[in-house]
Design a protein around this ligand. Sequence first.
Ligand code: PGA
Length: 266
Amino acid sequence: MATKKGDRPYVIANWKMHTNLADALLLAEGTKNSIAEIKNINVVLCPPFTWLYPIIEHWRHKPSNLSLGAQDMHWEDSGAFTGEVSPMMLKGLVKYVIIGHSERRFHFHETDELVNDKIQAAVRHNLVPVVCVGERKKNMGQDSESQNTGKVDAPTQLVKALEGISANEAKKIIIAYEPVWAIGTGEAATGDYAARMAMQLRDRLKFLYDEEIADEIPILYGGSVKSDNVSEFTGQEEIDGVLVGTASLKLNEFLKICRMVAESVR
Ligand code: PGA
């Protein structure tokens, strides 16, 4: 595992709608204390919105390779959108924001157009969007036949997500390839499968922008990543980090994953 621009690989934790305040502070504190010694990775914790400010207050000082991210956001700066959180509110609290997670696309009917609006809003506000794409069924997009089924495949999702995003803006984006069939199922993709998909995604980036820019954009793998299988992905040159859900909620397991990613950096 090595990002093309020689950057540190990412380990992004998506806590989803889990934790109470006490759990959140314990996880955040434990991560902070250990990450200070694991210098060659970028760790991003994405807790529920309500714990962002308490974590910042609790941390006070934190290592520079540890950051916070949000799990989603609205695309407007403000307005009559009951229950929503805007980029203006997140600015200053987080550096990253997950956009287009498959759970948002599925449960909340987020479309490619809406995902694109959110990405545009994130870059406008200097937030780094972690753009999630992934096919619903295994083997989709792995062969030319599946391109003609009319079903969603990750490269097509990516092209739609990045519509209107300039080359300069694209350089600030992170992509998370997350096959939906692997999320929360315990059945991760193999390293080879994920690397082939990452390669396809990078080819689309080359087509949209150019080779240099495509090589600069980190592509992570997500979907049932745990310490038992993370070496599948750390062994892949094409993959620049991991997005971890379930396994990020157990401190020791999460730190183990972080250490394994850090050790893989060549
Ligand atoms: P999981 O979740 O690790 O529990 O599969 C990953 C994600 O949804 O980002």
